[in-house]
Design a protein around this ligand. Sequence first.
Ligand code: T4K
Length: 369
Amino acid sequence: MDDRILVTRSSMPPYEEYIEAIKPLWDTHWLTNMGQYHQQLEKELKEYLGVSGLSLMVNGHMALELALQAFDFPEGSEVITTPFTFISTTHAIVRNRLQPVFCDVKSTDGTIDETRIEDLITEKTVAILPVHVYGNVCNIEGIQKIADKYDLRVIYDAAHAFGVKYKGRGIGSYGDASIFSFHATKVFNTIEGGAVSFAERRLYDKLYYLKNFGIQNEEIVSSVGANAKMNEFAAIMGLCNLKHIGEAIAERKKRYDLYRERLSRKGIRFFTPTQDADGNYAYLPILIEEGCRMTRDALYEELKQYGIYTRKYFYPLTSDQACFKNQYKRVALDTARKLSDEVLVLPLYDTLSVESIERICELISEREG
Ligand code: T4K
């Protein structure tokens, strides 16, 4: 038996529930290309996420690439974004032949610092691409105000923010579009999967063609598209997991609260939850600040000796990765860099045992106390 404690563990429905749900596929042999379960999941997610438009995708990354593509920005346009994120965010911009302009983040929650966006706007700026990192909600009103003033699009990377609400509204209902990841490591998974949510109706067709080769009918291909369709096994996994999502988030919250209670000490900092937001407890990031006995890196290594596999999400900054370093506008990213050096994501998932959390917290306390 593997008794390591990993940073997360995929949520899965009861075995019989999934097996029962996939049985009909052996009658229909209809396995992909927007089948009945794809349609059903799209409908159920629209309701659950409180969004008016939704298009399922094969994964969160393709959701972001195609969401950007759907706006037809001119090649070389600038997109203001955060470097304190998973590499997918920056890749999606660059793979669309757009220029990322990195903006610093806020120390309180790791999201883009909206007070620094305006200074980065040029005549080439077309969009802002903020990330609700760890499910922490960006300053939606502040960002929208700037976007309205300069006529920019706002496309949120909400990969971490499944089920998060802000002021009672689904997080995916803000901005021009948002993308979600349904990867195995996320609060809600379809094994691999993702979606784009949007308000403008025309985006549904646009994304439909982008994810299905631009095929209009058997003989007509009207635009250039990729293949980014979700298959029926994945969609059924989503339908099954969706039935248990309320319970899964509640279990995560209990564990999150226990960590906070056990680790509230000088030097260890938690991000501040956004006011007016209902969180999803997707991740458990702590910041090992100056004054702690052990550095973040030493703690990471030490916990590993005890079979506890934390992660440095998100170190290094995407702007510091070899593929992007020194290629784009230089901007001071002091806060992002500091967070990236201090952050450690602890294990958190709906079935993580209380004993494991107690043990992790004890080990941390012994070292940082
Ligand atoms: N935007 C943002 C802000 C994102 O964070 C992501 C993805 C995306 C966009 C793109 O969405 P996707 O295209 O991925 O849908 C993971 C995930 O692969 C990735 O989805 C995620 N963000 C990123 C933050 O983390 P790794 O390389 O850390 O995953 P890995 O394989 O090391 O797994 C971490 C732990 O999860 C394992 O130690 C155990 C557990 N696990 C993993 C897998 C693969 C499971 O329990 N079951 C599994 O099947 O990237």
